[in-house]
Design a protein around this ligand. Structure first.
Ligand code: PLP
Length: 419
């Protein structure tokens, strides 16, 4: 599939007049269309809900847009809970899926009435002691060697997350003894997975587990949360997932296992991040230097502090040179940032059109785990985030950091007298 951008060079040049490069820009119309498609695909399931994984793109404007499509928020920390609250997403529209959680985070989750999804059996007592038990609780299941993992999340057996199957039985029994009446169950075993059948298999495992838990403990589950992890085609030769196929496959298993055992209604929840915003964000950066040594280097004004995935995972991010979309890709470059780290490269040995200083590069698929993973190492400042609205206008939804932001936690007045 050819990868395209939702703006042309003239439009970006115009935006740069107000907001200098580098910046991330999000395509609202495409994001909404995709969100609506996901909702429609699962509309057969009464109560279906996607809880957007806030960590993917922690911005209240994006949360607000998604909440208007009907999405909730999946949070895992205190600040993420605050972000969700600021966008008006509260109560059971929040799924709190955290791990190694501190008491003050559970307290905030309880205060907001979030659905709490515990990562470990020992957290039942911890939650009760520090924040009190809610009337609805969910546990995160780690299927161990029942399921193969993938590169980003690793093998479930080696993952720090979740309960073993035996702990689930024990844990729900404890909840029953404590008088809890509303139950959920969760798993998240993949990340950036493009195999459609993987999600259907996961649903099948969970549906069967729900039957087993019901048979042994008499529990009726309100929801099953199948987690996030739906992948996106970063490379032009990759195929996007077929969300309708996934939904149809899950529906079939739902009927065969849940309905057949009299366990419907059962709400299906998802907590995807990447799939929701990933393809709809672009990092826009300008070429400031060209260097020829043992290789040809294109030096841009963004660095891995704006997008860490290539440096961290060796991830591929497609690059479009604005105004040269159809030019032959007859040059091979490394596209680099300015960090004193050799893995600060957006692309290695990439075939691109001939690049000149001043060219604007658009790095694709930065809408999830892009700006969010930014950092300040080497004195790098995080960029602005812009929103390309459905009507073609552009709003800044986060300003770029300044040196003052970077120094905000230092007290320089103490330095001169410090010996
Ligand atoms: C990261 C994460 C998600 C979202 O993952 P994506 O790969 O962005 O879909 C959802 N749930 C939990 C618990 C996570 O840690």
């Amino acid at each position: 599939m050819t990868k395209t951008v939702p703006f042309n060079k003239a439009k970006i040049e115009e935006i740069i007049q107000t907001y200098p490069t580098p910046f991330h820009i999000y395509d609202e119309a495409a994001m909404i269309a995709n969100a609506q498609q996901l909702q429609a695909a699962f509309s057969w399931n009464e109560g279906f809900k996607e809880f957007f994984a806030v960590k993917a793109a922690p911005n209240p404007y994006l949360i607000k847009i998604l909440s208007q499509v009907g999405f909730g928020c999946d949070c895992s920390s205190y600040p993420e809970l605050l972000l969700s609250e600021s966008a008006g997403v509260v109560g059971e529209n929040i799924m709190f899926t955290s791990n190694n959680t501190a008491a003050y985070e559970y307290k905030k989750a309880r205060e907001l009435g979030a659905v709490i999804n515990l990562d470990d059996i020992s957290h039942i007592a911890y939650l009760e002691e520090h924040a009190g038990l809610p009337d609805l609780l969910s546990f995160r299941y780690n299927p161990g060697n029942l399921k193969e993992g993938n590169d980003i999340i690793g093998s479930p057996e080696e993952a720090k997350y979740g309960f073993t199957e035996a702990q689930l039985f024990e844990g729900y029994k404890i909840l029953q003894q404590k008088g809890i009446k509303r139950f959920g169950i969760h798993t998240m075993v993949a990340s950036n997975e493009l195999n459609n059948d993987y999600f259907i298999e996961t649903a099948e495992i969970m549906f069967k587990l729900i039957v087993k838990l019901h048979t042994q403990l008499g529990i009726r589950f309100e929801f099953v949360n199948l987690g996030g992890g739906i992948g996106i085609p970063y490379r032009p030769d990759q195929k996007p997932v077929d969300i309708q196929y996934i939904s149809n496959g899950i529906k079939k298993k739902f009927e065969e296992i849940i309905v057949a055992n009299g366990l419907a209604p059962l709400k299906i929840f998802l907590e995807s991040g990447r799939y929701i915003t990933g393809p709809y964000g672009y990092l826009v950066t300008r070429v400031q230097h060209f260097k020829q040594t043992y290789r040809d280097y294109v030096g841009v004004d963004a660095s891995m502090s704006n997008l860490m995935r290539p440096g961290m995972y060796g991830a591929y991010h497609h690059i479009t040179v604005l105004g040269k979309e159809f030019a032959p890709k007859i040059h091979t470059y490394d596209v680099t940032g300015s960090l004193c780290e050799n893995n600060d490269k957006f692309a290695i040995h990439r075939e691109l059109p001939k690049i000149e200083i001043g060219d604007i590069l658009v790095i694709h698929d930065t809408g999830a785990h892009g700006h969010a993973m930014g950092f300040n190492y080497n004195g790098k400042l995080r960029s602005a985030e812009l929103l390309l609205r459905t009507d073609g206008s552009v709003v800044q939804i986060r300003r770029a950091e300044t040196v003052e932001d970077y120094f905000a936690t230092l007290d320089f007045s103490g330095v001169s007298s410090f010996k």
